[in-house]
Structures are given as structure tokens and as C-alpha cells.
Design a protein around this ligand. Structure first.
Ligand SMILES: CC(C)(COP(=O)(O)OP(=O)(O)OC[C@H]1O[C@@H](n2cnc3c(N)ncnc32)[C@H](O)[C@@H]1OP(=O)(O)O)[C@@H](O)C(=O)NCCC(=O)NCCS
Length: 245
């Protein structure tokens, strides 16, 4: 698979840190491992393709972290992935939108680099204003409404939504808890970073997290959150290895 988007979050304490890959699903022609594909046996072709593409990216990320190829199965909790021992990560897909094509993404790290990872892909234009009351709390809506109509306003809404979905994928497997969309407040900056503050009680999860966002394709937002393992650190802002958003 080609990887139009690649990002390495270096981690000085844990070797190569965290690998993030995203690509078009159509560039992925292979299947995932047989044990993985069994999880979507009988599913529609498009679901099998997105599933295989995201797992294919996860396998490639593991390879880049010098880890052996092992299946990413499913945890007991709904659709949450069960990562092999020593690995932590998250997956996302975005279905085709106009000329955009369908995309998949994987963020994978070693457990000595991170305790939790969340990633989400979203077409920013899909987070339409009519959805804002469901997704954004009063403070966020006020901030969005104060922006002039245009690309940054659309992107900000996309980042706000994708950051919350990424956050869910990070905290849910670690805590088993639930947080409502309105419990989290996302504030995006133009330099590829955002801050997420959460008012729900989530044991072991700091109330404020710093995340990264990027645009792997026009209109497509990728949000990433990492909970570093104690004693390890991550760069502030987008690392230089990432393509400019
Ligand atoms: C589960 C959810 C986050 C998935 O996001 P989505 O945008 O619909 O779909 P994506 O393609 O981005 O992600 C799907 C992947 O998420 C992962 N996933 C699903 N449930 C998960 C969970 N409980 N924990 C961690 N990862 C999960 C899976 O890897 C899945 O892909 P797969 O089935 O091919 O393995 C979303 O459907 C949801 O329920 N959101 C509401 C919860 C929420 O966001 N609350 C707000 C918190 S502030």
C-alpha cells in the first residue's frame, strides 16, 4: 500500500516511538491476516476493504517498529481492537466522499512509549452546522460561530469532532467508562496542534491532553492523541517528519 501520509512521533526513551500511517483504501489490494478477516466474514465488500486496509497499515507500522507480524483481533468491548502484547494503537477509516476516495489510518506504538493512543479520520465538511449542537458544547459552539465562514471554520469543526472520536478510542479501552461529546472541549490551533479538556471522571486519564491534527488529503482531517507512558515524552506540535497540513 502506498502511504501518502506518514508521521513518526520520535520518543527518546522508547526508540522509534509511535508510527502513524494513512492511505487510500483503493491502494490496498491485499487482505489482512486470515484470523483478522474472519472477524468480518460475511460483511459487505466495502467493510472488508476498510477493515483490511486499516489492519494492513497497522502491520506496516509494527514492521517499522521492528515488531513481529501478529494479528490485531477484537477486544471483548464491542469493536475495540485487541493489540498484540507490547503494542498499543488505534485505527480509523473514512468512507469515500466525492473525489476524495476512501481512506484508512493506523497509529501504533510500543507499550514502553505509550499507554494509550487514539486516532480518527473525518471529512471536515461532513461536520455540518446542523450537527454542532449534538457534538459541541456551548463554549465550543460560541468559538466556532465567532469564526468567519470559510475553510478554517470548516476545518475547526472537523478537528473538534475527530479529536473527540480519537479521545474515545484512547480512553475507552483503558477505563471502560463513557464520556459524552459535551464533556470534552476541543480547541484547535492552526499549527497542527489542539488541546482537549475533559470534565468527565476518567481514572488515569489526565483532564487535559495535547493532540496533533493534519490534513492527509484536501478536506480530510486526521486527529491523533497519545497518552505517553510515564517517563517518556512526545514533541509539542507537529514533528518535522510530517507533511505540512
Ligand atoms: C467507536 C467510534 C469512536 C468509532 O468511530 P467512527 O468514526 O464511527 O469509525 P472509525 O472508522 O473512525 O473507527 C472505527 C474503528 O474504531 C475502533 N474502535 C471501535 N470501537 C472502539 C472502542 N470502544 N475503543 C477503541 N477503539 C474502537 C475499531 O478499530 C474500528 O475499526 P475496525 O472495526 O475496523 O477495527 C464511534 O462510532 C462512536 O461510538 N463514537 C461515540 C463515542 C464518542 O466519541 N464519545 C465522545 C467522547 S468525548
Amino acid at each position: 500500500m502506498r502511504h501518502p501520509f506518514e508521521m513518526l512521533l520520535p520518543n527518546p526513551r522508547a526508540g522509534r516511538g509511535i508510527v502513524v500511517l494513512a492511505g487510500r483504501q483503493e491502494d490496498w489490494t491485499g487482505e489482512a491476516l486470515a484470523e483478522e478477516m474472519e472477524l468480518v466474514a460475511g460483511a459487505a465488500e466495502c467493510r472488508r476493504r476498510e477493515f483490511a486496509a486499516a489492519r494492513g497499515l497497522a502491520h506496516e507500522a509494527m514492521r517499522r517498529l521492528d515488531m513481529p507480524l501478529r494479528p490485531v483481533l477484537r477486544a471483548g468491548d464491542g469493536r475495540a481492537p485487541r493489540w498484540p502484547e507490547g503494542v498499543v494503537g488505534a485505527l480509523s477509516h473514512a468512507s469515500a466522499r466525492r473525489a476524495g476516495g476512501a481512506w484508512a489510518a493506523a497509529a501504533v506504538g510500543r507499550t514502553d512509549a505509550a499507554r494509550g493512543i487514539g486516532i480518527d479520520l473525518e471529512w471536515a465538511g461532513r461536520v455540518e452546522e446542523r450537527l454542532w449542537p449534538r457534538v459541541f458544547n456551548g463554549r465550543e459552539r460560541e468559538a466556532l460561530e465567532a469564526l468567519p465562514a470559510g475553510e478554517w471554520r470548516t476545518l475547526s469543526a472537523g478537528i473538534g469532532f475527530a479529536a473527540k472520536e480519537a479521545f474515545y478510542k484512547l480512553f475507552r479501552p483503558l477505563t471502560g467508562r463513557w464520556a459524552d461529546f459535551h464533556d470534552a472541549t476541543v480547541s484547535a490551533r492552526g499549527d497542527g496542534s489542539f488541546t482537549l479538556s475533559c470534565e468527565a471522571e476518567l481514572p488515569g486519564i489526565p483532564p487535559v491532553l495535547e493532540g496533533f491534527w493534519a490534513r492527509p488529503a484536501p478536506g480530510l482531517v486526521l486527529c491523533l492523541l497519545v497518552l505517553p507512558e510515564k517517563g517518556s515524552s512526545l514533541p509539542a506540535g507537529l514533528p518535522p517528519s510530517s507533511p505540512a497540513p
